[in-house]
Design a protein around this ligand. Sequence first.
Ligand code: ADP
Length: 253
Amino acid sequence: MELIKLEKPEKLIDENNIRVDGRKLNDLRPIKMEVGVLPKANGSAYVEMGGNKILASVYGPREVHPRHLAESNKAVFRCLYRMATFSVDERKSPAPSRRENELSMVIGQALEPAIFLNYYPKTMIECTILVIQADGGTRCASINAASLALADAGIAMRGLVSAVAIGKADGKLIVDLNNVEDQFGEGDLPIAILYPLKEVSLIQFDGILTNEEFQQCINLAYDACEIIFNKQIEALHKRYSKEIIEKDNKKEA
Ligand code: ADP
């Protein structure tokens, strides 16, 4: 996917309702998902959403260090979001930024309702997310990747979390904002939905919307997240049906 230069375009949507990257208003960017990409981790996933390239790994449930942080009735879930120094146009400092710390918390809170933490008392589940390339909406792409990595680690979950950012540009609502739309648009509303329960586990907002537009954004998020959820399921099937076929072949041989 070609990245668009971060310069304020004359308009973000043309007279035919086509966006700067050629998409229609409700189109998602191309999505690629792969599960089990890091054999040394307990679970892992690689996700591309347009220009975003995200790697997520999960370790655990395992012993808590330091021990006094352990909880007697549930696992401690820790999420770490980091951007590679080469993930953005200008080299990003390797020191964790306030934004990265905030996003670690936000992503963790979006994922936590999906996990049966009470199944794993006195342990820790650790999810590390590395943004290899950023192009707007990395928190949503990270949630999608981390959710897959948790499932790949075999953690008991209520379902998968799927996330997308809905926004507004040139007065119109748009789905899955890229970096240019994120920076120069009029609003950005990242939403995460826990499937199949269809419960919202994250909603943030930056900008101004009418009540009606807000409701429309929620509806658009449900439609878009359903597509993402199906891609996540497809990625898990691809990984595990392949493994089952290989095992069956070995048995037969
Ligand atoms: P999100 O990635 O979830 O949309 P933000 O709204 O904070 O989170 O960031 C929007 C976009 O801005 C990011 O996806 C990335 O493309 C860009 N960005 C974030 N941090 C930096 C940075 N330090 N340098 C350059 N671009 C950045």
